[in-house]
Design a protein around this ligand. Structure first.
Ligand code: KIV
Ligand code: NA
Length: 275
């Protein structure tokens, strides 16, 4: 399993970091078997697994429930768990209590927090407590309502400079990695060279130190909206749909179960069965 130091080394040596989300035992197992460097238990689980409209409905208990399942499925992979909406914006004590609970109960190796501003001090607090922190800048799904939706961020020189300043502040506060979401590729490149910690992009171009995608988007599992910046690497929904239809038809037309699926009673027992 890799450590925070390995990620730093990968950045220095120009080896890209591959990150994927996972939300349960089987997805974690598959991600680990594929050799992901990092598994993220993203609060995107609210949308892709629980069917909510946004990540705002996700609770700390949801994250713990899914984080534990992921840990059971991927014992040898570095796991990051998202702190969900509202769980790290109260007092330092409240934030620490939620973070410690999540970190301890899931057995994750790091927690991820969205934003800069007052979150910078929370990054410092958790890091000083001994919890490795991944920062998250650019498009912040938990704050999408404030900026009027899921929009590309950092498109003007001023906004881009602000994001670079935020990235530096995250690094200074102790974050060991930064996720940047939905920003122009030029800014993805610029922010990656502005900090010495690895920058992982999603919708941020090819110039970042690694990439992260949502499991369900990557293999087209489910039928939710897939954003422009996603590449679908397999179409599992079609496979699963075909399999399920074949099962239903086999039940209806009696071709399932077959002889090889059944259990057999001895002849002498059969006599008493029918009187
Ligand atoms: O929740 C999530 O899946 C994320 C990634 C998109 C970075 O935060
Ligand atoms: Na997230």
């Amino acid at each position: 399993m890799k450590s925070t130091l390995d990620f730093l080394k990968m950045k220095k040596e120009g080896e890209k970091i591959a990150m994927l989300t996972a939300y349960d035992y089987p997805s974690a197992k598959l991600a680990e078997e594929a050799g992901m460097d990092v598994i993220l238990v993203g609060d995107s689980l609210g949308m892709v697994v629980l069917g909510y409209e946004s990540t705002v409905s996700v609770t700390v208990d949801d994250m713990i429930h899914h984080g534990k399942a992921v840990k059971r499925g991927a014992r040898d992979t570095f796991i990051v768990v998202d702190l969900p909406f509202g769980s790290y914006h109260g007092s330092a004590d409240q934030t620490l209590a939620e973070a410690v609970r999540t970190f301890q109960q899931t057995g994750a190796h790091a927690l991820k927090l969205e934003g800069a501003g007052q979150v910078i001090e929370k990054i410092r607090l958790l890091t000083e407590t001994g919890i490795p922190v991944v920062a998250h800048l650019g498009l912040l799904p938990q704050s999408a309502g404030v900026v009027g939706g899921y929009k590309v961020q950092g498109k003007t020189a001023t906004a881009a400079q602000q994001l670079i300043d935020e990235a530096r502040a995250c690094e200074e506060a102790g974050a060991f990695m930064i996720v940047v979401e939905c920003i122009p590729y030029q800014l993805g490149e610029a922010v990656s060279s502005a900090v010495s910690i690895p920058v992982i992009g999603i919708g941020a171009g090819a110039g970042t130190d690694g990439q992260v995608l949502v499991f369900h988007d990557t293999v087209k599992y489910g039928s939710h909206h897939v954003p422009k910046f996603v590449e679908t690497f397999a179409d599992s929904a079609t496979l699963i749909r075909e399999g399920l239809c074949a099962y239903k038809s086999a039940v209806k037309n009696g071709t399932f179960p077959m002889e090889r699926h059944r259990f057999t009673m001895q002849e002498e027992e059969l006599v008493s069965l029918y009187g």
